[in-house]
Design a protein around this ligand. Structure first.
Ligand code: SAM
Length: 473
């Protein structure tokens, strides 16, 4: 392609990969236009083929590395080419952290230089491998055939992760370097036992088949492992022998449960059908607080980093004598309970939409002797309104911890925060794009960002968690 021609789909181009984006791609430039590349390593010069050229957005896939990146690391995972999970596994970990910091700086730039100056280095993971305490493996009736496998390889059953870009094909995972170490062995046992028993995997297209998911969770504190078989129906005559054999083959499992989900959506949820072994829960600890976690409880997936984040949030919230703290979007109460222990349970209120998470939060409060923490179930768009707080007899907060889902704050939540005007807000973000919008609204209403600390909860993936401290001016 000549230097001046407009690039179009199918063209081959040469690029230096200079940055990363939040979708797991590397970014290069072509005549001043940004090209988002799949499959290249940051810092490499590559040959890439344009896969999309529409409305000024150029996307490409890497075809060859012409000059390797100085920051190239060793990919540990045998599935790096096929699995959609860890886009940056081939980039040295220190370079991942530096790239995430630059990515955040780009996204936060609209907030202005004064705010941007508060950005601190990303808090990296001490052990960036085998860090996930939860994995959701999928059973599939269309197995992904890996490069080098014979064409007549068996294709009708798989247990693992979705192949990149193929929602109906499942990769038979042999090793997963971000999952806790026992996960791969349990998956291998479950796969061979299910195959030996001839129990069919669910077909995402026809909705036939019995086995849907194998969810595994491990506690860092107790070492307990929970396994959850999600099936389309209870089918005890088929599942019971399989469960018994799995428990014998994988003694690391401390509790095994079954959930039934007859629906068509590809989610590992459903109604509890059986507890085959153990209590159906594992006990985890964060910042000295004990949590009972069941198969469907929401819980941070990187325990050591979550613990550092909880400590940071507690430090930055720093409620003074008599000050009330509201934990908005509190899930099972992680921040609320850590704050309750230092500030006193009667001063803390947690708000959460999902009733089951609120039940978990109340149970967790009780198991830690913090039963006086109050939890409000419902949509924060309604429950945080000052009139609603008054109706419920709840105090106005001096401090708010805010940890919204990816979409960020609803306009009504922002309006309630403005009306309640807490002196400090600790905003925990899993999506810098929505954080920028929300922070702009808060800055506009009289808060100032005084600290910004990104935390890498998900090494080798593009996700960046970031904690912001805001103070009222
Ligand atoms: C990112 S999670 C935070 C969980 C918790 N802070 C933790 O660290 O374990 C976001 C939480 O917000 C809850 N949520 C989502 N929309 C909500 C709403 N409109 N009102 C209240 N809670 C909501 C979700 O159920 C989820 O538990």
């Amino acid at each position: 392609m000549s230097a001046t021609a407009r690039p179009k789909r199918g063209d081959t181009v040469e690029l230096l990969l200079e940055e990363i984006d939040e979708r797991g791609r590397t970014l290069g430039a072509l005549d001043g236009r940004r090209v988002a590349v799949r499959g290249g390593v940051l810092g490499a010069r590559v040959r890439a083929r344009i896969t999309r050229a529409r409305r000024g957005a150029l996307e490409a896939s890497c075809e060859a590395e012409l000059v390797p990146s100085a920051a190239r690391g060793r990919a540990r995972c045998p599935h790096v080419a096929s699995c959609g999970g860890c886009s940056f596994q081939e980039l040295a970990y220190e370079a991942q952290l530096a790239a995430k910091e630059r990515l955040l700086a780009r996204v936060l730039a609209p907030l202005g230089p004064e705010t941007l100056a508060r950005l601190e280095p990303v808090m990296g993971c001490e052990s960036p491998w085998n860090y996930r305490n939860k994995m959701d493996f999928t059973f599939g009736s269309a197995r992904w055939i890996e490069p080098g496998e014979p064409l007549d390889a068996e294709r009708g059953f798989a247990l693992g992760l979705h192949a990149r870009g193929h929602f109906h094909k499942v990769l038979d995972v042999r090793a997963c370097e971000i999952a806790f170490p026992e996960a791969a062995v349990i998956v291998a046992s479950a796969r061979s036992i299910a195959r030996a028993h001839g129990v069919p995997a669910w077909d995402v297209r026809t909705h036939a088949g019995l086995l849907r998911h194998l969810v595994l969770r491990k506690s860092w504190a107790s070492g307990e492992i929970l396994a959850d078989l999600v099936t389309t129906e209870a089918a005890p005559e088929r599942i019971e022998p399989l469960a018994r054999e799995l428990l014998a083959a994988a003694p690391a499992i401390t509790t095994l449960v079954q959930h039934v989900n007859p629906g068509v959506a590809l989610v590992a949820s459903g109604a509890l059908a059986r507890v085959f072994a153990g209590s159906g829960r594992i006990e985890e600890r964060l910042d000295g607080i004990s949590f009972a976690i069941s198969a469907h409880s929401f819980f941070q997936t990187n325990t050591p980093q979550a613990e550092r984040m909880v400590r940071l949030v507690r430090e930055w919230a720093d409620p003074g004598p008599g000050e009330s703290v509201h934990d908005l979007y509190c899930g099972c109460g992680v921040f609320a309970l850590a704050l309750a222990r230092s500030a006193g349970p009667e001063r803390v209120v947690g708000f959460e939409l999902v009733e089951a998470a609120v039940e978990d939060a109340r149970a967790n409060a009780a198991r830690n002797g913090l039963a006086d923490v109050r939890f409000v179930a419902g949509d924060l768009a309604e429950t945080l309104a000052p009139s609603e707080l008054e109706r419920l007899g709840l105090p106005r907060p001096a401090v708010c911890v805010v940890d919204p889902p990816r979409a960020g704050l609803h306009d009504k939540v922002l309006a309630s925060l403005r009306a309640l005007a807490p002196a400090r807000i600790v905003y925990v973000s899993c999506n810098p794009r929505s954080a920028v919008r929300d922070l702009a609204g808060l800055i506009d209403a009289g808060w100032r960002v005084t600290r910004i600390r990104p935390i890498d909860l998900f090494p080798h993936t593009p996700h960046v968690e970031c904690v912001f401290r805001l103070e009222r001016t």
